[in-house]
Design a protein around this ligand. Structure first.
Ligand code: SF4
Length: 366
């Protein structure tokens, strides 16, 4: 059994344990396995924050658990509402740091069902320093615990109306999830567990800059979807915006993708942030076609979200369409991501303003 994660008060963080770990930790308690299952359901399915409130468990057992385990809960600092329906949740952590999660509604259309996607964070800040991303300016402060990762889904779901349900989870918020792999894997276990939050692995996507060895470890540990943040078609170009390219070249990254044990009917999503005059030429489109050879893939084009903190420009719609057309005509499934939540700094690459002390629109907060 790995070292159990502790809370500042010295008790074990019950919310950072998988069900199997909680059962093992409670083995010395009489009927510990059954009590652990009940407690686990109370925590993740009913949002319990105290053992004292858990029905179906005798008083002595609840006291035994309370002496040894704590149930931490993310504290909401602010909720910002965008004009387009996107909601950004800023959470204050126990040590005073902040993280953000973004809830993105998509009404659907004749070919796709309505979706409510939660974009989740995995670290306070990020060490990857991608130059187009404001979170990258923060540097890495610390990893989130499994509890702090999974609790984003639980706490956001508790704010929803009776008709609303989070349908998809994506790890595209603050942090590089595979740089916090151990805690991520535990959090995924909790998110997918039928006794906890019970998400289908088909609805959960982990995005990475391309930490190649960790990609294989993720595949071995969890069947969730993989997305790779690519954003360039040559090493020289990618090195300019993504320092990780010095460690893993495009060749190494694409070899890692080809070796990734994709379950049947799944594909790797390649995210491509389009920056005008940098990576949007038709030569780039053709090189991207070549890079995709031999990988079951789909490409998600993300026109850059312009902001006052960067000199990067968004390409014209015509340029984006021409780029997409070249990929599609070469047999590559390609979508264009609609920009959401820019008025509350919730769009791709904009997270972390609260942590940086930058202005966030108070008028929209509740
Ligand atoms: S794009 Fe992702 S990996 Fe890169 S700096 Fe931003 S949060 Fe980190």
């Amino acid at each position: 059994m790995p070292l159990l994660p502790k809370l500042p008060d010295g008790r074990v963080d019950a919310k950072s344990l998988t069900l199997a770990e909680l059962q093992a930790a409670m083995a010395e308690l009489e009927k510990g396995s059954g009590r652990a299952l009940r407690a686990y359901k109370h925590i993740w399915q009913r949002g319990a924050t105290r053992f004292a409130d858990m029905g179906g468990i005798d008083k002595a057992s609840r006291r035994w658990m309370d002496e040894r385990f704590g149930i931490p809960t993310l504290e909401p600092a602010t909720v910002l509402h965008s004009r387009d329906g996107t909601r950004k949740f800023v959470w204050r952590l126990h040590d005073g740091h902040h993280i953000e999660s973004v809830l993105i509604p998509d009404p659907g259309n004749e070919v796709s069902r309505p979706r409510l996607t939660l974009c989740m964070s995995s670290q306070v800040g990020c060490a990857m320093a991608c130059t187009f991303c404001l979170t990258g300016d923060l540097g890495l402060t610390r990893n989130l615990t499994p509890s702090e990762i999974a609790d984003q889904a639980l706490q956001v779901s508790r704010t929803l109306g009776p008709e609303e349900r989070i349908t998809n989870l994506v790890f595209m918020g603050m942090g590089e999830p595979l740089h916090n792999l151990t805690h991520l894997i535990r959090a995924l276990d909790i998110l997918l567990d039928e006794h906890a939050l019970n998400y289908s692995h088909r609805k959960v996507t982990v995005s990475t800059v391309g930490l190649v060895p960790q990609m294989q470890k993720l595949a071995a540990a969890s069947p969730v979807n993989l997305a790779v943040s690519l954003n360039a078609t040559t090493d020289a170009q990618r090195r300019q915006i993504m320092p990780i390219t010095r460690r893993y070249s495009l060749d190494a990254l694409m070899e890692g993708c080809r070796a990734f044990p994709l379950p049947h009917a799944k594909r790797i999503t390649f995210e491509y942030v389009m920056m005008d005059g940098f990576n949007c030429s038709m030569d780039d489109a053709e090189r991207l076609v070549q890079l995709m050879r031999g990988v079951r893939s789909k490409v998600n084009l993300i026109p850059y979200n312009e902001n006052p903190n960067r000199d990067i420009l968004r390409p014209s719609d015509a340029r984006v369409k021409a780029f997409q057309h070249h990929l599609v005509s070469n047999g590559i499934s390609t979508s264009i991501r609609t920009t959401r939540g820019t008025d509350i700094s919730a769009a791709c690459g904009q997270l972390g303003k609260a942590a940086q002390g930058l202005r966030i629109p108070e008028a929209a907060s509740v």
